[in-house]
Write a protein that binds this ligand. Structure first.
Ligand code: FE2
Length: 276
């Protein structure tokens, strides 16, 4: 761990402690989930950045700060559902910006990259107005974040915990998939959080994340964890869902076999567009 990251971690731990010292056990449990999530995202983004030869300090800063807004969000609204509270990525950017910590540890362009990664980490698609460098770190963060959220969710499906509202976003566990959500997934498009009406919709959204991965490391971790097969076990039986899972698995294997198409291709394309 280098000095700049150590200093950033000291700031982050002090920031979190303001919220995690609550006497409310629900707050302590749910913010504990987010603290652990953050630590694992830092580990995951380190692996992804290392393989791609990206700057580890910038990458780990993105991982550490991306969900800072979750702490004030849950403390105030008692939910991690953005649609029922606030956009947590914007709140993360706001608290990081107000603290001035990036200006103390990073230069202007590094700080901008970190802020853009934070702001874009939870968007259904990254905006086209972002520089190639910012896109690189944003995509690494999005991959690391998705992988760990999947790990939390699949572990929860397999061994449910009582304090589940924060994890399941308060969605009812109905034996159906919303037709519009299924159609979106079948079209190969990303399902929006706002369109989810039940827990199975969230499971379909999570299976679809495979197609939105950007790095070979993330694709391999996704496949090796068998997320698609494990989530499938909690969805209703039926040929449509079987076919969707098959297609996603095939696409994942294709991405692993052709890594240049997955990430470097995107980056090169972006750089070419920037050069015009
Ligand atoms: Fe997040």
């Amino acid at each position: 761990m280098n000095r700049r990251f150590q200093d950033l971690k000291i700031w982050f731990d002090e920031f979190c402690a303001k919220y995690t010292c609550s006497a409310d056990t629900d707050v302590v449990f749910n913010l504990g989930v987010k603290t652990s999530h953050t630590n694992r995202v830092v580990d995951l983004i380190t692996k992804i950045a290392d393989e791609l030869g990206a700057d580890i300090t910038i990458a780990t800063a993105c991982g550490l700060l991306h969900d800072a807004g979750r702490f004030p969000q849950f403390s105030e609204y008692r939910t991690f559902s953005d649609s029922r509270s606030v956009n947590h990525a914007k709140l993360s950017a706001l608290v990081v910006n107000e603290s001035g910590i990036l200006g103390e540890l990073f230069n202007k362009s590094e700080s901008e990259i970190i802020m853009l990664a934070i702001l874009n980490h939870n968007k259904i698609a990254v905006g086209s107005d972002i520089s190639a460098d910012a896109l690189l770190y944003t995509n690494m963060l999005r991959d690391a974040d998705k992988l760990d959220i999947l790990n939390i969710m699949v572990s929860h499906y397999e061994s449910p915990v009582d304090e589940k509202d924060g994890i399941e976003l308060g969605l009812p566990d109905l034996p159906i998939v919303t037709e519009s959500v299924m159609c979106t997934a079948e079209a190969g498009e990303a399902v929006s959080y706002a369109d989810m009406q039940c827990l199975n919709d969230f499971r379909i959204l999570q299976i679809g994340w495979a197609a939105d991965l950007n790095s070979p490391t993330a694709c391999r971790i996704f496949r090796d964890a068998r997320f698609v097969e494990r989530i499938r076990g909690f969805l209703p039986t039926g040929a449509r869902i079987d076919k969707l899972c098959e297609r996603v698995t095939t696409e994942l294997d294709r991405m692993i076999m052709n890594p240049a198409e997955v990430f470097l291709g995107n980056q090169l394309q972006e750089k070419n567009l920037s050069a015009d």
